[in-house]
Structures are given as C-alpha cells and as structure tokens.
Design a protein around this ligand. Sequence first.
Ligand SMILES: NC(=O)c1ccc[n+]([C@@H]2O[C@H](COP(=O)([O-])OP(=O)(O)OC[C@H]3O[C@@H](n4cnc5c(N)ncnc54)[C@H](OP(=O)(O)O)[C@@H]3O)[C@@H](O)[C@H]2O)c1
Length: 265
Amino acid sequence: MTAKHAIITGGSSGIGLAVAKILANRSWRITLIARNAERLNQAASSLNIPEDHSLAIATDVTNQNDLNVAINRSIESFGTPDLLITSAGIAHPGHFQELDSKIFQQAMEINYFGTLYAIQATAPAMRKVGKGNIVMISSGAALIGVYGYSAYCPSKFAVRGLAEVLRGEFKPDGINVSIVYPPDTETPQLEQENKTKPAETFAISGNAQTWQAGNVAKVIIKGIEKNRFSITPGLEMTALERLGSLIGPLLQSYFDYLVRKVRKP
Ligand SMILES: NC(=O)c1ccc[n+]([C@@H]2O[C@H](COP(=O)([O-])OP(=O)(O)OC[C@H]3O[C@@H](n4cnc5c(N)ncnc54)[C@H](OP(=O)(O)O)[C@@H]3O)[C@@H](O)[C@H]2O)c1
C-alpha cells in the first residue's frame, strides 16, 4: 500500500510542523510549504523520514501561480494528497488607529487568500479520486472579536466562512472539510504577536493558558480521524464554538472591564 500524503502550508514551524511530525511518525509522505527555504529544509530534516518521503517547497501562499506550481509538483511527486492543512498565517496586533492599511491587506492576503489558493489548487485532484481531507487552521479569534486584533480577526472570520460553505459543497465529492480554532499556542507567531500586543490585549488573553503546538496537533489529528467539522482544542474554545452567541455578550462585558482596569490611571 502506498504511503498517505499530506500537504501542509506553513509547515516549517509551529502548529503546521507539529502536525507534520505526527504524520511523519505514521510513515506519511509530507509536502511542506512556506517562504523561508532554510527553515523549511530544517523542518523537513527534523521529520526524520527518508529524504524521498518529504518535499520542502519554498513558496509564498499569496502568489497563486507559484502556489499552483508548488502543489502540482507535490502531486506529481507523491500523488493526490489525502490531507491538505492550511496553516500558513501571520498576526500583527495593535490599536486600530496605529495599524497601517498594509497590515490589514497582508492579513487577508496570507490568512484568507493563502488558504483559498491552496484549496483551489488541491481540491480538483481530490475531487477526481473522490476523497480527501481539507483542514483550515483558523483561530479562537474567529469565534469572538478580540481587542487589538482588528487586522487578524476578520481574516480568520473569513476562513471560517469559507470552511462553512465548502463543508457542504465538498461533501458530495467525498472531501471532508474541517476548521480548527486554536487557542494561544507557544510558537514563533505568538512570540511575534507579543511584541506589538496592546496592554489591554495582554489583560484579556493573559488569563487563558497557552498551549504547546504538539498538543494542538494531537487534537487536530484526533478531530480529522473522527471526521469533525469544528476542531476546538480545549474547553474554552469548545465552549466558545458551541455557545458563542450565548456567552459572547458576557465575555465582551468582561473584556470591557479588563480594558477599563488597564486604562485606569
Ligand atoms: N500560535 C497561536 O497562538 C495561534 C493561535 C490561533 C491560530 N493560530 C494560527 O495557526 C497557524 C499557524 O501558526 P503558528 O502559531 O504555528 O505560527 P508559526 O510558527 O509562525 O508558523 C507560521 C508558518 O506559516 C508560514 N508562512 C507565513 N506566511 C506565509 C506565506 N505568505 N506563505 C507561505 N508560508 C507562510 C511560516 O513560514 P515563513 O515565514 O517562512 O513563510 C511558518 O511556516 C496560523 O494560521 C495562525 O494564525 C496560531
């Protein structure tokens, strides 16, 4: 039997790489896509699988042509993927009035269009064979608007909208679609976010426990195995996903209270 194949955008780091490691342990063939070639090659070697079982392709997911070429190359090498994970993403928090328009555009280009382009490049091959899993990494910030994330939240809400539509459209073709709402997870992205996060955002997110990428990856794999549409690591994300419209107003009041506390002289 040929080994299964996963394509992972954003696979050189954090959550994407953690998922790749679990699948590599299960003898999958892995295609990793990200921009920085050096980090990508290091990530591929860290999988500890035979060289001809991994492919590291340096590509920017915002460039649709390049991404098509990368995904076609991956399909030619390892066949139609059993799994596509779209994990490539960035976050740049800050007060709305201090964020340049370019940051809003970049968030949509990478987080939303990068996800869309990867699916557009992969879904036709999956449709042809009548099976496959597509897993979009969104964020807890797609379940409720979070202070300081005016560029990031909308891009992740957009991914959520796409997932909800494609779930129904792709099902008759045998393609399962899932969406993941990770909580704060210790990765280079979170480190980067902490550099520009407003004090109010720290006060809001500070109460929640941060996760290890490996534990988020385990929940993602379990969710895929159980054919879950919504994959919610931890109780907080699960409650927010299931009861969002009920507990949202309470949470917003609590967030407002924390903001007032930070701003008090
Ligand atoms: N960490 C958290 O707290 C958290 C919480 C909720 C959701 N998430 C989401 O989880 C996903 C993974 O994040 P992470 O925390 O694992 O971050 P990470 O460790 O920084 O990994 C991000 C990955 O995306 C790649 N990437 C970024 N921009 C790209 C582009 N334009 N084209 C191709 N690849 C690109 C990066 O590589 P290059 O820079 O080399 O391209 C890297 O491989 C993201 O979508 C993020 O929004 C993270």
